[in-house]
Design a protein around this ligand. Structure first.
Ligand code: BYC
Length: 331
């Protein structure tokens, strides 16, 4: 849209060769601005790798929002009671709105929305692992709205203090809306956890199902993360994957246990000496399979997006043909 053109970079160009080809004087000025806490704006000079990493991350985030609307979206018609239907409808609408904000932020870096959507539906681009699992029951939607949104807020509040202006501004707005989602999700979980035996069982089973994907949500361990170092150097990412996971455990495990719910990890406990949570490593092979297209719902999720893209094509074509006349005025 605006900003500089999208410049393709060699994906193997990591670490020391990150800035090869970039003007060293401009790079030094850029890094001084980052160190001073300045926001970088679309028309400012930026290293090629900074642009590439931002496009990757913001685009994946946008896809996660739009695909993330699907597991909960299928529950709008089945939500128990009119009040919950309305609340869920508003939440799903918000998530789609977040995708719009994020696609616009990514466009400022020079990749067109059409290219992003094509990369999503062809399976080239990733999106969050968690949305490749089914929401079997109303309990699943409660757990998603409380704990996935909680995890997202931890990530987004940190990154909203980052260096790229359009992404940070989008994240601030998104966090404000997500905080309503979190309250809505918490209310639903509390209602079920303090309800009948059947309701408690419903939410407990959902929590047991969702715990491993939630542990995966923050990304691989810091030792295995390939992008953290670069992203933190340029203040795109403001906390490591493990730090975010620890923050989540610290804030939410006590709340889950307070409700009398159990987590499916016998090793989960806070080490009072280190102040860190200890846990069993989630199955990272499953994580890799899921993010690379082979989770329980990947095919279904992409099929829905592909259908939306195909059915909406005529609208986009009509909007693009500014000189075409479809209605002849009577006078
Ligand atoms: N899922 O080097 P690493 C929401 C990939 S939506 C899938 O640590 P990085 C909501 C990673 O992309 C909110 N893939 O990566 C919506 C990389 O692969 P590539 C979603 C993952 O970027 C609707 C590879 O693994 N939030 O809340 O340093 C309803 C190596 O990882 C995941 C965002 O998108 C994952 N979980 O750190 C309800 C936040 N984790 O690209 C709720 C924005 C890692 O090299 N994204 N991978 O092929 C980020 O903050 C960072 O990208 C991550 C990963 C922390 C996720």
């Amino acid at each position: 849209m605006y900003g500089n053109a999208y410049i393709e970079n060699d994906p193997k160009n990591q670490n020391n060769s990150l800035v090869a080809g970039d003007d060293p004087i401009k790079l030094a000025e850029f890094e001084a601005r980052i160190a001073a806490g300045d926001k970088i704006e679309p028309k400012d000079w930026m290293p090629t790798e900074y642009r590439k990493q931002l496009i990757r991350m913001i685009e994946q985030h946008a896809h996660s929002e739009i695909i993330g609307a699907l597991p909960e979206g299928t529950w709008i018609t089945r939500a128990p009671g009119f009040r919950r239907k309305l609340a869920l409808m508003a939440k799903v609408q918000d998530e789609v709105g977040h995708a719009q904000l994020l696609y616009s932020a990514a466009e400022t870096l020079g990749k067109s929305r059409e290219d992003m959507i094509n990369d999503l539906i062809s399976g080239k681009s990733k999106y969050s692992n968690v949305f490749n699992y089914p929401a079997f029951t109303w309990g699943d939607t409660a757990v998603i709205a409380w704990l996935i949104d909680a995890g997202a807020i931890i990530n987004q509040v940190a990154n909203s203090k980052g260096s790229y202006g359009p992404y940070c501004r989008a994240l601030e707005r998104i966090c404000a809306e997500e905080s309503f989602h979190l309250k809505y999700g918490h209310d639903n979980v509390v209602f079920l956890a303090t309800g009948s035996k059947k309701q408690r069982q419903l939410v407990q089973e959902a929590l047991t199902r969702w715990w491993p994907p939630i542990m995966h949500f923050f990304g691989p361990s810091d030792k295995a993360s390939i992008h953290t170092e670069t992203l933190m150097r340029w203040k795109v990412k403001m906390a490591t994957n493990d730090d975010m996971r620890q923050q989540f455990l610290d804030m939410y495990v006590p709340k889950i246990w307070d409700l009398g719910l159990e987590l499916p990890d016998p090793n989960l406990k806070k080490n009072e000496i280190t102040g860190k949570w200890e846990y069993s490593e989630p199955d990272w092979n499953e994580f890799k399979r899921v993010i690379n297209g082979d989770g329980p719902c990947n095919k279904e999720r992409l099929a829905v997006r592909r259908m939306a893209e195909e059915r909406g094509r005529w609208v986009r074509e009509a909007l693009a043909a500014k000189d075409a006349r479809y209605v002849t005025p009577l006078a």
